[in-house]
Structures are given as C-alpha cells and as structure tokens.
Design a protein around this ligand. Structure first.
Ligand code: SF4
Ligand code: SF4
Ligand code: FES
Length: 378
C-alpha cells in the first residue's frame, strides 16, 4: 500500500459558489486505478464527491476525466503511474518531486454538472447524432441478415471499438477554438458508416461532412485525440480516412480544405519543406504563378481570406519576406532527392496503416509476424 494525495477540482452547483480545489489522502496499491482513489475518498471523507462510473473495467465509457491534465479513463489509469507523471510535472515546474498531488479535473470542452460529472449530452451526444450514426442501406432489406465479406469490414473495425467515453472530445484542441467542430468521436463514428459496404449514402455523407465549415477539414492534426483514446480508435486517423475518401470522390468543399491538402502535398514534393506563402496561394488560387490564370473561385476565396492571411503579418509571426511566394529557401545537398524518393515509394506502395493492417498492400502479416485475423461482423 502507498499513500497518495489526489487534488480534485470540485464544483457543487447547489452551494452557489464557483469551482474550487480540494485534496484527499488515499491508501492504495499502485496498480489500482485513480477511480479507486476517488471512490475511497468518497467513502471515507466526503460522500458528496461526484464521479460517474459503472464497469470499472474500461468498457462502459462512464469515467472520463482529466488526470494530470491528460484526458482518459479514471478506471484505466493506474494511480502509481499517475503519481509518477505528477512528480515529473512538478519537477519540470521546479517544485517538490516526491508525492506531488495527482491533479484530477472534469473533462474539457463540456459543461460541468457537478465535480467530475460533465454534461455529455450538450456536446458529445448531440454531435454523435449530427453524423446520422446508423446504417442507411437502399433497396429491400434481405430476408435474414446482410452478409458481407469479413475483409470489407476490416477498415472500420478500429472505429467500431469506440466506447463513447468522450476523452478525445475533452482533449481536442480544435474544439476548444471552435466549439461547433463536429469533433473526433463523432467523426470516427461517421467513418464507421462511410466505410461500411452496406451503407448506400456514402457520397451524401462525405458531402455533408466536407461542406460543413466545422466538419472534416476543421481538424488540425494535433494528435491529442489519439493520445487520449483508451481504446485505440485513433479518431484523427478516421478523420484522415474521411478526407481521403472525400478527395477520391472529387468533392471540392467550400472551405478549400481539400485544395489546402493538395497544395500541401504539392509544395513539399516540389520544395522539400513547407513554403507557407505558396500554401496560401496554392490553396485558394492555384495557377497564379505558373499560368497567371487563377479560377474565379480561387480569386473569390483569396479575397475572402485576406484577413486570415494578413493576421500573422500584423502580429509579426511571419516576416514580410516569408510571405512573398517563391522566396522560400532550398534544401541543402541532395536532400531533395530523398524527398522525391519518399513520394515515389508512397505512390508505388499506397501505404495503409490501422489497428489491424500494418505494412503495405498484399502483406498479410501482423507486426508480430502472425497472420491477419478475421474480423467479426458488426
Ligand atoms: S487531431 Fe483533430 S480531432 Fe483530434 S484532437 Fe486534434 S484537432 Fe481534434
Ligand atoms: S474515440 Fe476513443 S476517446 Fe473518443 S469517445 Fe471513442 S473510445 Fe472515447
Ligand atoms: S467505469 Fe466504465 S469505463 Fe471506467
């Protein structure tokens, strides 16, 4: 047994007071969970401490919370590991490094109802419903169940592992900046149906998610949701799959999200590193430099985006020289050849990564050398 101090951010709406911090001392085996510490504090010290939980086995998705600033499940985070992280953070901050308090807060990006209980309805569930989270097949349903090849379900198995805990939503930086962003959990759910061979409204779904200014192109690839997810769903990867499918369908979204991606790939291929000035131009008005023939939409979007383009200049985040297209530095030596080789390799092999497939097309082996498993219907 070891003694731990947990520092909980509390909010008791009935008191009429604002949020406050309270510390509790608990005795636990280091292998037990942070949730066990909270339940011990509730049993022994203050029965009004509110925390949501049910299975205590990382299955029900009820106990999402922030532990030492990281979103996750209280029942899946060992208190000994949480202590190590708290000590590490304290040491970085130049504070006491032995038995630093383990800081526990309610999930972010959601209103707090009481203590560690957040309102999942107003953000998480509303957004899940936003993506029509059920199958939309056409035609007469079969007499018995739909039969699909197991291989055709592999691509969506990862998104099917979601337990709707909201940890990814809590950690999403884009949602912090834009609360209307559909968000990682709902977009992972959207891919579950976009990738399902039984669904007949893939194109409509992709148009809907690409055209929405708070949709698939609102994600900034920050990886936070991948780090937070306790079930390996990797929501950001599902969003990238949605984008790729939207691109394959030729969907040109009004936010120039797809054009931005294409521009990014094109510039790196040409220059090896990102020429930010070219990125703006190529995203909104491709062709200005080479052909002096931007599209009408390109001109319209560039004018509309001028405030965004000028903001970093005004704030001196970008120097005027860096904002002039074509003045970007070149890579030294033969580094450009290596960049070209990466592009050639990716083009030739069409690499794909997910929970069940690692490697290249035609390679059935798993990372540990075993054969790929059959995927259950679902
Ligand atoms: S990768 Fe995208 S969806 Fe995931 S947390 Fe970052 S901004 Fe949000
Ligand atoms: S994607 Fe992961 S973190 Fe997000 S709700 Fe589902 S299980 Fe939780
Ligand atoms: S209590 Fe069910 S996931 Fe933690």
């Amino acid at each position: 047994m070891a003694e731990y101090t947990i520092k909980v951010r509390r909010f008791q709406p009935e008191s009429g007071e604002g949020p406050y911090w309270e510390e509790f001392n608990v005795d636990l085996e280091p292998s037990l969970a942070v949730l066990d510490g909270l339940l011990q504090a509730k049993d022994n010290e203050d029965g009004s401490l509110a925390v949501r939980c049910s299975c205590r086995a990382a299955i029900c998705g009820s106990c999402g919370m922030k532990i030492n600033g990281q979103s996750g499940l209280g029942c899946k985070t060992q208190i000994g590991e949480a202590q190590e992280l708290a000590n590490k953070k304290a040491s970085v901050a130049g504070e006491q490094v032995e038995n630093a308090p383990i800081v526990i807060e309610p999930m972010g990006n959601m209103p707090v109802i009481k203590d560690l209980i957040t309102d999942m309805e107003s953000t998480h569930w509303t957004k899940i419903r936003r993506v029509t989270p059920w199958l939309l097949p056409h035609g007469e349903p079969p007499e018995r169940e739909y039969v699909v090849e197991p291989e055709s379900m592999i691509d969506i198995t990862q998104s099917m592992a979601c337990i709707q805990c909201g940890a990814c939503v809590s950690s999403c930086l884009s949602m912090e900046a834009d609360p209307e962003f559909i968000g990682p959990a709902a977009l992972a759910k959207a891919y579950r149906f976009v990738g399902d061979p039984r669904d007949a409204e893939t194109t409509e779904r992709l148009h809907d998610l690409a055209d929405d200014p708070h949709g698939i192109y609102d994600c900034t690839h920050c990886f936070s949701c991948i780090d937070a997810c306790p079930k390996g769903v990797a929501p950001m990867d599902q969003i990238m799959r949605l984008r790729r499918k939207a691109g394959e369908e030729g969907i040109e979204d009004p936010n120039a999200g797809h054009a931005h991606e294409v521009a990014f790939v094109k510039i790196i291929e040409k220059k090896g590193t990102l020429d930010e000035a070219m990125l703006v131009q190529e995203s909104y008005a491709p062709g200005i430099k080479g052909k002096l023939k931007p599209s009408k939409r390109g001109i319209r979007e560039t004018i509309k985006s001028l405030p965004t383009i000028l903001r970093p200049l005004r704030k001196r985040k970008v120097k005027l020289r860096q904002a002039i297209p074509g003045t970007h530095h070149k890579l030294p030596g033969n580094a450009m050849d290596e960049v070209k080789a990466i592009y050639a390799h990716a083009e030739e092999h069409k690499e794909e990564l997910n929970l069940y497939i690692r490697g290249e097309e035609g390679d059935d082996a798993q990372p540990d050398g075993t054969a790929a498993e059959e995927v259950p219907n679902g």
